[in-house]
Design a protein around this ligand. Structure first.
Ligand SMILES: [Zn+2]
Length: 420
């Protein structure tokens, strides 16, 4: 099921020029392709077999012939090819039924202009807080006016311009809310994480660093703050400095949001169930401990949990939050001994009872996972072991490699702060 949101967008002059150029290139390509089809139809209309099997030039072929097409969104050009093909197929479907109508028409500059692009690797983005939309190939964000909010991923966007010169973006999203939750989960796909200040999420197989979005920009932020306060109140200079500062905050916010969306999408794709600790304020302090105030802005736990929960449920999967009083760090994950003397400073410890050596965070993540499995069983969820590993310790390694690879592909190249 799909839903579309049509927003009025307010591109600036430079953005308008780029949008208009894209409309123009799309129209040009469409008409060129249609010309070809018309020609072929004329020549082969009495030779049905050849006509049906004719290989038309792709939009890439046209790009080689008309290099200026490369300057606009390639997804938009691909869409033109698709549009024409479906219009053409329609025409032939009618023809087979004996209805001779609907041969696609050339696009005119005088009509409503539009192009459709689709979301690949998050190249279409929307920022609800600042009411801005990001389209592929257009480097700056475009303002819009609308108060609606959605959490689903964008499927595609149709940008249009009315004859009177108003611009709109129609955003198509896919609703998957009718998916019922899975009652059978694969053990390999159940993962538990512990979290700490240095490593955002830790499990036995991999750890995701806490990306310090603000820390990286902290010096710049402080400098801009100082600049604002030095300038005279009400002066133009002060205003300019304020705008600069706001822009930097926005930039960091956007980066942060992209990151949260990306990581929650990956987790929800890879796992049937994610188990985390239900953090309270104290836990948050632990998470942010030792970091300066601006760094505590780095990460919004609530935002992360809300989006992750949504994305898991959208796929019929689960997010489980283990009780905040569960002593995840203090329990030995092997024998269950409770180490009451363990302090926050103890990063490693040896269980006095079974002599097992523990990394504090990894041990906690195993305990969190175990506790989550208990909750799943209480909820009458069936847990199956498809790969036939007997102990938890080995099953978690089964998915380790490809998950690690996938996470690495998605993160480490672009964001070096994420160590796996
Ligand atoms: Zn033990």
């Amino acid at each position: 099921m799909h839903r579309a949101y049509k927003l009025r967008i307010y591109p600036n002059q430079a953005q308008k020029e780029l949008l208009d150029k894209t409309f123009g290139c799309c129209r040009f390509l469409y008409n060129k392709m249609l010309e070809e089809r018309k020609q072929v139809y004329k020549e082969l209309k009495d030779d049905k077999d050849s006509l049906y099997n004719y290989k038309y030039n792709t939009e890439n072929k046209y790009k080689q012939e008309y290099p200026f097409l490369k300057e606009v969104d390639s997804k938009a050009l691909q869409s033109e090819w698709r549009h024409l093909k479906s219009a053409y197929d329609n025409f032939f479907r009618n023809l087979k039924k004996g209805i001779k109508k609907g041969f696609p028409k050339f696009k005119s500059k005088k009509n409503r202009q539009s192009y459709t692009t689709f979301n690949v690797n998050e190249n279409c983005k929307i920022d609800f807080n600042n009411k801005k939309l990001k389209l592929p190939k257009i480097k700056t964000w475009i303002k819009y006016r609308d108060s609606r909010v959605f959490v689903e991923d964008i499927k595609h966007i149709t940008v249009s311009k009315t004859k009177s010169g108003k611009y709109f973006a129609s955003i198509l999203i896919e609703l998957e809310s009718n998916i019922s939750p899975k009652q059978v989960l694969e053990e390999d796909k159940i993962i538990g994480f512990d979290m700490s200040a240095s490593k955002f999420l830790i499990t036995k197989e991999f750890a995701l660093s806490n990306p310090r979005f603000y820390r990286k920009e902290e010096a710049d932020l402080q400098r801009l703050h100082r600049e604002v306060s030095r300038k005279k109140k009400g002066s133009n200079n002060r205003n300019r400095a304020r705008i600069k500062l706001a822009r930097l905050y926005e930039k960091v916010e956007n980066r942060k949001r992209d990151w949260v969306h990306k990581i929650t999408r990956l987790l929800s794709e890879h796992f049937d169930c994610v188990i985390l600790e239900d953090l309270n304020l104290k836990g948050m302090q632990r998470f942010n401990s030792g970091l300066s105030k601006s760094v505590s802005l780095d990460f919004s736990w609530n935002q992360f949990v809300t989006i992750l929960k949504y994305k898991m449920e959208q796929r019929g999967k689960r997010l489980i939050l283990v009780d905040r009083f569960f002593p995840s760090s203090k329990l030995c994950s092997k024998c269950g001994y409770k180490n009451k003397t363990l302090t926050l400073q103890d990063r490693k410890w040896i269980c006095p009872k079974c002599k097992k050596w523990h990394d504090r965070d990894v041990n906690a993540s195993i305990n969190i996972r175990k506790e989550g499995l208990k909750i799943l069983k209480q909820d009458n969820i069936t847990i199956v072991n498809i790969n036939n590993h007997s102990a938890v310790g080995t099953t978690v390694e089964a998915f380790g490699e490809d998950v690690r690879l996938s996470f690495r592909e998605q993160f480490s190249v672009k964001n070096e702060s994420i160590a796996l």
